[in-house]
Design a protein around this ligand. Structure first.
Ligand code: AMP
Length: 396
């Protein structure tokens, strides 16, 4: 992996290893975890450390408690989930690198596992505080960053701590970087990127970089309407970002110059209002009704996009094709998820809603890699450097 130290480069026997995981999992109103993927994905690193005789201290943030202790965001459900997955006792400390943590750390034996309370209970985490990082560092001999989904954040447990302890990337981070770096540096072609979702502003840099990297960029979701508007197509009352139309125009021009195919939907599922039960019609792009709102890509677009996906040797997908939270408008997203799963090439789904759609259809095992990072994955594919990776010790 790159030029950074990884877990396999470290001698962890008998050492206290602080593992920064990304256990920022979705919870329902009863504080039950609704998707444990991020916890499951941390298991290989934990097992590696168990097999190599380490003392394991896990830590993560969960939600946004804003630097204050708030039981709503306790790591207790994560501890419970880890106990079930690892079939081992897990001690959940009452504090974050405070007296309770020190008490348990002092008596740790090889193979013991401690999980600290939510890092964001301390304001020092998000302010990247040196003082807080020093406290975290004082519990361990080695720092292992396995929180791929948080690698784009300059926080104390991601960046500052790496100045204070010998550091390395965990197995999940190593795997994520291997797949995503290959996508950017040496993809099998044709490389088809599929970008959906609502916010053009969040994905402008991503699309721009994908125009350089991919052979075909397929656009879906609400962001297609900003691009359609940039091409002077009618979009009715669809969700658009007016101030991003000039940027969309620039991207269309860039694609023309580089010879990358930037493909927009040719038909749409259209309603009169934003409502889960609203009646819909299917219209072609040219005939988009003035009072209509685009809620999903239409069947002709689905078959066009499927055609590209089926011939691809590499696919990257981020963002739903429509308002997939409403069953009536989930067809485009679901059909695309199935097409990606059937593709024989390397398929990568970049976190967030598209990962949720894949998992809802239980297709995750048919995808080469479903990333655990939302923001971090997008940042990396934008071509940006991730502070969490930069902070790690270089390979020696
Ligand atoms: P993002 O966070 O940018 O990936 O956007 C995801 C959101 O885009 C989801 O909540 C979808 O409901 C929403 N979305 C996708 N297509 C549309 C559309 N045509 N109109 C409104 N919202 C949409």
């Amino acid at each position: 992996m790159l030029n950074k130290m990884t877990l396999k480069n470290m001698d962890v026997k008998g050492k206290r290893v602080l593992v920064r995981a990304d256990y920022n999992v979705p919870l329902n109103s009863n504080h039950q975890i609704t998707n444990d993927k991020r916890i499951r994905e941390s298991v290989p690193t934990i097992n590696y450390l168990l097999e190599h005789g380490a003392k394991i201290i896990l830590c993560s943030h969960l939600g946004r408690p804003d630097g204050r202790v708030n039981p709503e965001f306790s790591m207790a459900p994560v501890a419970e989930c880890l106990r079930k997955l690892l079939k081992k006792p897990i001690i959940l400390t009452k504090d974050v690198a405070g007296p309770d943590t020190f008490k348990f750390v002092r008596s740790m034996k090889e193979g013991d596992i401690i999980l600290m309370e939510n890092l964001r209970f301390d304001p020092g985490e998000e302010s990247n505080s040196l003082e807080f990082a020093k406290r975290l560092a004082s519990v361990a001999d080695i720092y292992c960053d396995d929180a791929f989904g948080a690698m784009h954040r300059s926080h104390a447990s991601i960046v500052r701590i790496a100045e204070l302890l010998p550091s390395c990337a965990g197995l999940l981070v190593e795997r994520e970087l291997k797949v995503l770096t290959k996508l950017m540096q040496n993809p099998e072609r044709p490389f088809v990127a599929l970008i959906g979702g609502a916010k053009v502003k969040d994905k402008i840099n991503l699309i721009s970089n994908l125009i350089d990297l991919a052979d075909v960029v397929l656009i879906g979701g609400a962001m297609a309407y900003t691009f359609m508007k940039a091409k002077n197509y009618p979009v009715g009352k669809s969700l658009i970002e007016r101030d991003k139309i000039p940027l969309a125009k620039l991207l269309i021009e860039k694609a023309e110059k580089t010879g990358t195919k930037l493909v927009l939907p040719i038909d749409h599922v259209v309603t009169g209002e934003f409502n889960f039960a609203a009646e819909s019609i299917i219209v072609s792009t040219e005939k988009f009704p003035r009072n209509g709102m685009g809620m999903d890509i239409g069947p002709k677009t689905v078959s066009r996009y499927k055609h590209y996906i089926s011939r691809a040797k590499t696919v990257f997908w981020n963002g739903p094709m429509g308002v997939f939270e409403f069953q009536n408008f989930a067809k485009g997203t679901n059909e695309i998820a199935m097409a990606v799963a059937s593709c024989k090439g390397v398929t990568v789904v970049g976190g967030g809603d598209s990962a949720a759609a894949v998992e809802a259809l239980e297709l995750q095992d048919k995808i080469t890699h479903v990333s655990t990072g939302g923001g971090a994955t997008l940042k990396l594919l934008e071509g940006a450097k991730l502070p969490g990776i930069e902070a790690l010790q270089d390979k020696i």
